[in-house]
Design a protein around this ligand. Sequence first.
Ligand code: S3P
Length: 166
Amino acid sequence: MQITLIGMPGCGKSTVGRQLARRLGIAFIDSDQVIERRIGCSIRFFFDREGEDAFRDIEEAVLDELTAGTTPAVLSTGGGAVLRSANRLRLRDRGRVIYLHAAPEDIYRRLRHDTTRPLLQVQDPLQRLRSLYVQRDPLYRETAHYVIETGRPSVATLVNMVTMQL
Ligand code: S3P
């Protein structure tokens, strides 16, 4: 079975995904890492040079490939993976999708010193996170089979919560 984690940047997809995969004894795949290997540079550099649309095209192709496999795996996706309807349909059809929900204020606290996320390199990252959240929260909910609240629980508790939904 493929388990796909979706949610805003900084909601814990990679951290929870890695531990979940270890717990289940299956592979862990981070789609952003696959993309970076393919483009041969950081996502931030690629965004600056080629623009967001070019990134979304590669993201769509990579997600299509990664979800086509039948090997059980935990797949952690980039925060914008749900922006294209083709991705939303594929992710939902091809596995169990879990939305790790986090409030923009919590994400801001975790990411305020991060320099790797191109969409947050703006004057007011909290405002940016709030507007991304308003746009994306309905899309994450439409795509997910389950929603998990990430506010307080530890990573181990979150892993337990996801396991209980499988
Ligand atoms: C993006 C989130 C990033 C990465 C890219 C775009 C987004 O992944 O895919 O910078 O649109 O929110 P994370 O969610 O792992 O930060």
